[in-house]
Design a protein around this ligand. Structure first.
Ligand code: SF4
Ligand code: SF4
Length: 404
């Protein structure tokens, strides 16, 4: 389906299914709703770009509306474009410009990560940051790693399977959770596959979510050109962050009309990649026993990617491991959304079903592919949350993240 067709507002049959599935409209009346902000107002925006409802800032870009729309309307892309129009007319607050540049914050934090982590957790400073910038004093800030993934990664000597894999780690893994990238390298080495890494620009999702589309478009073009170079040289590209992948493969096309067709064939979530190996009978399934139960939370952007839950297919091969699906909807953080003072309570209300499901299940450990979902679930439940790759790496004999 072409992006123009998906965006075409005339396809909207006004069934309001998107409204009943929108997690934001469910918990607050501050958001006019997906249909109202999307196809309804888009009709006017084609004539008059200023026809943007200010409540557009309350959409989390979770893409739940796209998933349920029976007519295939890309409601969330309409909303992103509308937010971009609103920001280009009215400007973005300084807070949003700061939060949108997770890449710059990561690079700055590298100078003194321990100090940055200490300052970010210092109780007297948080109310000040809330008052001056509008960053919620209650929300846990992501911690920066002492070294980035790109600094820590060392290519491993493995047998030659003829497979060439490039890893796009994304900002969160590179600056905050390098252990996830290292787990990926261990899992692929277990399968005799060597991983190439490269310095990329941020995928641009935080910029898109904050309406800063021009900068996001520039980054999109640079990333696509670099990825195309690897595809031309015969590489498969793997990701571990569903939001990065969705942005690279879908948002670039729907928002910026860039050709992402090569990525649709060659870029896979790492568990999709491992599932292909499994189907071909080439996955090394020599796993250590892990006698434990974990809860699983599916990120909204993985659901929107439409590839199912490939991590569960692979993890069920680990002897002793029991994975219970929380099946409780959106966690509510939505990248930078839940860090904003006026949205923290909404974010908490959206995620309440997930937090209750964790408590009802009684697990001590949860897994989820998205770093922001991990942060939110840990923040509101206190349980440890990992990437499914860390479980798999542990079953391959590397790392001891999960307690047995
Ligand atoms: S992207 Fe999510 S929050 Fe935004 S309108 Fe759609 S369902 Fe609602
Ligand atoms: S679900 Fe799709 S067709 Fe139905 S109101 Fe929403 S955008 Fe229109």
């Amino acid at each position: 389906m072409s992006s123009d067709h998906r965006l075409a507002l005339d396809n909207c049959i006004k069934c309001s299914i998107c409204v009943s599935h929108c997690p934001v409209a469910r918990v607050t009346d501050k958001f006019a709703g997906p249909k109202q902000n999307g196809p309804d107002l888009e009709r006017f925006r084609l004539e008059e770009p200023a026809a943007v409802h200010p409540s557009i800032g309350y959409c989390t870009n979770c893409k739940g509306c796209d998933v349920v729309c029976p007519s295939g309307v890309a409601v969330s892309a309409m909303n992103c474009r509308a937010r971009g129009e609103y920001v280009s007319m009215h400007g973005a607050p300084l807070r949003d410009k700061i939060l949108a540049r997770v890449d710059r914050m990561g690079r700055a934090a590298r100078l003194a990560p321990s100090l940055v982590n200490r300052l970010a957790g210092l109780r007297p400073l948080r109310p000040l940051a809330e008052k001056m910038l509008g960053i919620s004093a209650a929300m846990t800030m992501p911690r920066y790693a002492q070294k980035t993934f790109l600094e820590l990664y060392k290519p491993q000597n493995v047998g030659d399977t003829g497979r060439k894999v490039l890893y796009y780690p994304g900002c969160y893994v590179n600056y905050n959770a390098p252990e996830v990238g290292l787990a990926l390298a261990e899992v692929l080495a277990h399968n005799n596959i060597r991983v190439e890494v490269e310095q990329f620009d941020c995928c641009g999702l935080p910029l898109i979510a904050n309406g800063l589309l021009d900068t996001a478009r520039d980054q999109a073009k640079k990333n696509l050109a670099k990825l195309q170079g690897y595809i031309n040289r015969g590489y498969d590209i793997v990701t571990t962050c569903p939001s990065c992948q969705l942005t690279l493969r879908q948002e670039y096309r729907e928002l910026f009309q860039l050709n992402t067709d090569p990525l649709h064939e060659k870029m896979l979530d790492v568990f999709e990649y491992l599932s292909v190996l499994l189907q071909q009978g080439k996955l090394v399934t020599r796993f250590e026993e892990l006698p434990l139960q974990v809860g699983y939370h599916q990120p909204c952007h993985l659901k929107a990617a439409g590839c199912g839950v490939p991590s569960r297919e692979i993890l069920q091969l680990i002897p002793g491991l029991r994975v219970a699906d929380l099946d409780a909807g959106c966690c509510g953080l939505a990248g930078t959304y839940g860090f904003k003072k006026e949205k923290y309570a909404i974010s908490q209300a959206i995620g309440r079903n997930v937090f209750n499901a964790v408590k009802e299940l009684g697990v001590r450990q949860v897994i989820s592919e998205c770093g922001m979902c991990q942060l939110q679930i840990h923040h509101f439940t206190g349980v440890a949350v990992y990437h499914p790759l860390q479980v798999l790496a542990q079953a391959c004999g590397h790392g001891k993240w999960l307690a047995k």
